[in-house]
Design a binder for this molecule. Structure first.
Ligand code: HSE
Length: 418
């Protein structure tokens, strides 16, 4: 093993993360990583690095036999896939931060890694500075991973903090998230949950061996949350967060989704504010473990890219242990969720779709209910995202099929309020 492998890097992208990496590399000479060239889309911009480093010719990096590592931190998922696949086929190891690209192309990327024997690392693509992928891959290499609950998008967490704790309005909070370099260049990806769903797909692969496309996941963002929802949360000593969750059921399947969720004030995730991310892992014997760190921004993201580059010195590869060495888990479809739904008009709420309704608050201008509904109902229908409806999961929302039967009798009586 060549533990002193000299790394010669070709970098694609010099935006928030690329420039951060440049600075971080300059401050870590012990890494023995030489930045040979940086490929950018547009020449002529003033950049905080020597002009001679830059080119707009991608082949100068991809075909340079001296460059043994390609680092790709660009914003265009299609171009990123082209770069990453060419680099792997050209015998180079790759570090990528492109979560959308990885989520959309994971199947092909798995094949490319197997075919070329090269390494593709992407720790920075989920939860930025928190080493969640390597932990799921290496530490939780067993069947005892009961659940993961995480905040994986810094921008939406930042926006929720600014609106509900500091009184900014949505637009101001979003602009601030953009100015600080947290938001995607198309912030709809953050706000409407796409970015979190993208990250959740490959975290599910590393956690449970599940292969799922983003569009197959049940997800939503924070765009429908109302000020009144936050008031309800406060009155119950809870907060609202955009939570990605995966929970193993008694039948071995995994219930997974990314949705706004009420989080109790004493839940670890309630401490996660602003652009921070947090991951709560529950596993057999260890009970709960909490990982916390900055989930967006230049240097926190660059630090994870740097860690991947450092890991390439000792030829580290993801083994996708849960996929290849274990029996992969299946995604659950037949489970149930306890949900809060606020709405303007009852006519937009299909009451008959609920298994039962536990609470009903119809006096206020903004009305709401708490009830139990089939996961499948949310996955297959859209009423809960329309007509100014807002759906937020209750704290501890997953209810298993077996529990439903027990609870149904009692709740049928409560449903008598109708
Ligand atoms: N827009 C992303 C976020 C950047 O806010 O989490 C980090 O992936």
């Amino acid at each position: 093993m060549d533990s002193h492998k000299q790394l010669k890097i070709g970098l694609f992208g010099f935006g928030v993360v690329g420039e951060g990496l440049y600075r971080v590399l300059q401050q870590t000479p012990s890494l023995k990583a030489e930045l040979r060239r940086v490929c950018i889309k547009h020449s002529g911009k003033k950049r905080n690095a020597p002009e001679s480093l830059f080119t707009t010719e991608k082949d100068l990096l991809l075909n340079d036999p001296e460059i043994n590592v390609i680092v790709e931190v660009i914003d265009d998922a299609d171009a990123a896939f082209d770069i990453v696949s060419t680099a792997l086929l050209n015998g180079k190891d790759v570090v990528s931060a492109s979560k959308k690209m990885i989520a959309e192309h994971l199947e092909e990327l798995l094949e490319l890694q197997a075919k070329t024997g090269r390494s593709l690392l992407y720790e920075s693509a989920a939860c930025a500075s928190i080493p969640v992928i390597r932990n799921l891959e290496e530490y939780y290499d067993n069947d005892l991973l009961h659940s993961i609950k995480a905040i994986v998008n810094g921008s939406t967490n930042f926006i929720l903090t600014k609106i509900f704790e500091e009184g900014l309005d949505f637009k101001q909070a979003l602009i601030l998230a953009q100015q600080l370099g947290f938001a995607e260049s198309n912030p709809v990806l953050d706000v409407e949950g796409y970015d979190a769903a993208n990250k959740w797909t490959f975290l599910l692969t590393h956690a449970y061996g599940i292969k799922v496309k983003p569009e197959e996941l049940l997800f939503n963002g924070i765009q429908h949350i109302h000020a009144g929802d936050a008031q309800v949360a406060r009155s119950r000593n809870q907060q609202i967060r955009l939570v990605a969750q995966a929970q193993k059921l008694q039948n071995g399947e995994v219930a997974a989704f990314v949705l706004p969720q009420f989080v109790k004030d004493d839940d670890h995730l309630s401490f996660v504010k602003n652009e921070y991310n947090g991951v709560v892992i529950e596993s057999g014997f260890a009970d709960k473990q909490f990982f916390y760190g900055k989930g967006a921004g230049s240097l926190p993201t660059a630090s994870a890219v740097l860690s991947d580059i450092a890991a390439l010195r000792y030829q580290y590869k993801y083994e996708y242990k849960k996929l290849y060495h274990h029996k992969p888990h299946q995604l659950a479809k037949d489970t149930y969720l306890r949900v809060f739904v606020s709405f303007d008009d009852l006519k937009h709420i299909p009451r008959e779709k609920f298994e039962w309704i536990e609470e009903w608050h119809a006096q206020e201008e903004r009305k709401y209910l708490v009830g139990v509904i089939a996961f499948r109902e949310l996955q297959e229908n859209n009423w809960w995202r329309q007509n100014n409806n807002s759906l937020i999961l209750a704290a501890d929302p997953v209810i298993e099929d077996v529990e439903i039967r027990k609870l149904k009798k009692r709740s049928l009586e409560l449903a008598g309020v109708f």
